[in-house]
Design a protein around this ligand. Sequence first.
Ligand code: DC
Length: 227
Amino acid sequence: MKINIAIDGPAGSGKSTISKEIAKKMGIIYVDTGALYRAVGLKLVNNGVTADTEPPVVEILKDTVVTIKFVEGAQRVFLDGQDVSDLIRTQQISMMASKCSALPCVREFLLEMQRKLARENSVIMDGRDIGTVVLPAADVKIFLTASPECRAKRRFIELSEKGDNTPYEEILKTVIERDYNDSHRAIAPLKKADDAIEIDTTPIGLQESIELIYNTILQQVEKKGQK
Ligand code: DC
């Protein structure tokens, strides 16, 4: 049986870590859609395009190929044939991905690719608009949240472990700014789908979040099977 699970929520809510673990438990593919927007963001940065207006972005996209491959179950993202999976994880690209994702041409450019993956595979797909726009008929929809302070703290710890000393206040500012951008854009804003289950991970740890979400998914799948 094919299953599509949509996980949406703001940056740092734990979507990717949790989705990865659940994909492993269920033996299905984890698709990180943010990486696609980041690849487009990288292309724009590389070409000195600011994404303030749409026409130059439309031009660049005519000459852009974004693909993903799964290597030992892990997603790798390719921009024009080059593996950019690691290059897209900077603060600069985070901001550019958030900015360019507000443009209709960018969303259109990436939409069919996401839908095709879900048509052809059992997936757990995370992003901002998976339950609302990309896979409105997903079998299970989860909307993950956590307070901005909690998300900034998690990111601060993650970066510190990598030797990056970005101050907490700066990270919190970026988190709040991206939340605003992602939830106030006109097209496909970050929003809970009416039929999504909202889970706030602020008071609970990672393992507990994984268990809770995994069990919620199993319950939903069972409920669906009974209908
Ligand atoms: O999940 P992430 O932080 O890697 O995503 C980077 C940016 O891409 C995010 O700020 C908003 C955008 N994005 C989006 O608009 N829609 C998605 N489905 C996934 C990400």
